[in-house]
Design a protein around this ligand. Sequence first.
Ligand SMILES: Cc1cc2nc3c(=O)[nH]c(=O)nc-3n(C[C@H](O)[C@H](O)[C@H](O)COP(=O)(O)OP(=O)(O)OC[C@H]3O[C@@H](n4cnc5c(N)ncnc54)[C@H](O)[C@@H]3O)c2cc1C
Length: 389
Amino acid sequence: MKTIKDAVIIGAGASGLFAAAEAGLRGRRVVVLERSATMGNKIRVSGGGRCNFTNLNITADNYISPNPSFCKSALAVFTPDDFIQLAERYGVRYYEKEHGQLFCKGSSGEIISMLRRRCEEAEVTIIYNTKVHDIAKRGDVFVIVTSNGIFHCSSLCLATGGISYPQLGATPFGYRIAAQFGLKVNPTRSALVPFVFNAEDGTNYDGLAGISIEAVVTCNKMDFRGGVLLTQRGLSGPPILQASSYWRTGDYISINLMPVTDAYEFLLSRRKQKADLHNILIFPKNFARRWCEVHSYMKPVNQYNDNELHEIAAQLHNWKLFPAKTEGYKRAEAVTGGVDTGELSSKTMEAKKVRGLYFTGEVIDVTGQLGGYNLHWAWASGYACGSCM
Ligand SMILES: Cc1cc2nc3c(=O)[nH]c(=O)nc-3n(C[C@H](O)[C@H](O)[C@H](O)COP(=O)(O)OP(=O)(O)OC[C@H]3O[C@@H](n4cnc5c(N)ncnc54)[C@H](O)[C@@H]3O)c2cc1C
């Protein structure tokens, strides 16, 4: 069976649904093809089920991309305020958690309902459980052969997301189609993902899972502050996830365990104490003890000389770790890499070489930091595409 539409969007995730509604509301006849049985699977689990859907303080600096300016145009046209107004119009209740991060008060299901209602209002057809077998372009028309029929359209958008969390439907399909049409696709890496200790640190810090320490984590000159969480296999928590996006195999991370206190002054003020060093450190007890054991700082404080106190202070400000690896795509909230931004118009997301072919969201080589930036990129790039496709 052949269906003729103005626009076909592959992927009923954040950016695909947003683009679909926008195009539909402009009067375009739109169909969305989704391989799984439901829409917005990543939105559902995002923000721990409460969906950190945008951030009040978005700038291009919050994104990693080979062209850091690429995202500017779309972010300027569709702002956090635009999304907030939309959310309010659809009755989504929200709150600011910290650092401008906006979360649903109820559940992320409210954002999915909003997207569903908008697609209904825009008379968008969504077809689930659809396997796309083949895509070709004949003249100005794309021919899409699927398990649910053949679709013809003048505008085709790949909104298939990044390859993290394959358990939620992520596939490299968008990259494959980009390559098929001669577009450059940059290698991917998992981002916003926990680290796995190397073998030695795995033994050193075994049994401390669940302990959280307020710290600053630095990786490749990027600093992130927050709670560092020890896990069964390594490290997690917001500053670790942030640092992972800038980390490459073999790099070290540095953890400042006393980010607001001068460690040397702190030790100096207690240097007459007979207590063991680990007993005066202001960290969870088990961690303080283990950290001191690993660093062989097991004497009472009053037995350290000045040079040693300087050395301990330096270690407290710069605890260097060489993670073995990250937890990989299965546990990553995002990926870096994807369709090269040089291939696309930053205003419309259309491929420069292939008229009518669009890419939106995470499939593009633009990756947000933790804090609502990735979903906002999905909305902004989806809006850019949906406004002109
Ligand atoms: C656990 C987790 C928590 C997150 N939390 C947040 C958060 O709180 N805030 C934030 O900003 N970001 C968060 N993110 C990231 C955010 O969810 C994504 O960046 C965003 O969903 C990307 O939107 P997208 O439209 O590009 O892709 P997706 O939303 O991933 O949508 C892609 C869609 O394409 C479909 N698809 C894939 N391949 C095919 C195919 N071959 N044929 C048909 N359909 C296909 C998929 O099934 C999916 O429905 C989180 C991610 C994860 C994994």
